[in-house]
Design a protein around this ligand. Sequence first.
Ligand code: GLY
Length: 268
Amino acid sequence: MNFVQANLNMNTMNPFPLALTRAVSPLLGDCELTHIEREPINIRLAEQQHHDYEQALEQMGYTVRRLPEAPHLPDGVFVEDTAVVFPEVAVITRPGAESRRPETETMAEALHEYRELHFISEPGTMDGGDVLVLGKSVYAGLSQRTNTDVVHQLADILKPFGYSLSGVPVTGCLHLKTGIAQIGPDLLLINPEWIDEGLFPEYHCEVIHSDEPYGANVMVHGNIALCPDAFPHTIEWLQKRGFDVLTIDQSEMKKAEAGLTCCSVIVE
Ligand code: GLY
């Protein structure tokens, strides 16, 4: 496998948990956009910010492995949308934007090493950013990228392992996980303008600060949380809950309509 090992201190005997990433394409400025206007993207800065992101993942305890570069694929850095990994299997997506479909090939090659693979097929379309897994409950965001056919396909794939599937309408943002994250066993962080908190009655839903509509897309691993530095209210809230909070600048990824989770696939 043609990985670049980004982690200098990794334990080669046990690389898990892994974070799979991919380098920023020089064509990132031509990425897909759905809800925001196009602005110029500074590619050098985007590369630096992605490097900082990978270093933060290492600080959180992940071994970072880079997929083969795909400079011809503008959105290729947003690997989350190409696969969803469960303890038992991995599901390779069929991204909603046609330009993004070739991104799945190298992800499938990489995940083949770790999991039995299943593939979303036509007419299903699905971006991994639309799939939230809360224990044995799987929520598929019904967005402009992910359709209802996928709910049935995922249900069939995951039923033998005891998972249940629900479709969740997503309005006003790109993906389900743009507006919701699991912070603790019973705690979600959510933007109720985009996602209906009433669909998660078993959880306490903390509403993001109104100045930070994208604040819900944070990453948590153990006692460490990763949050863009543009969200001070969210950072303060996480700190008050006892997390050590790592922060990074994501200004260029934000212009590409992406957040923290978009830039990695986690394999536990
Ligand atoms: N630029 C991120 C996406 O549209 O998929």
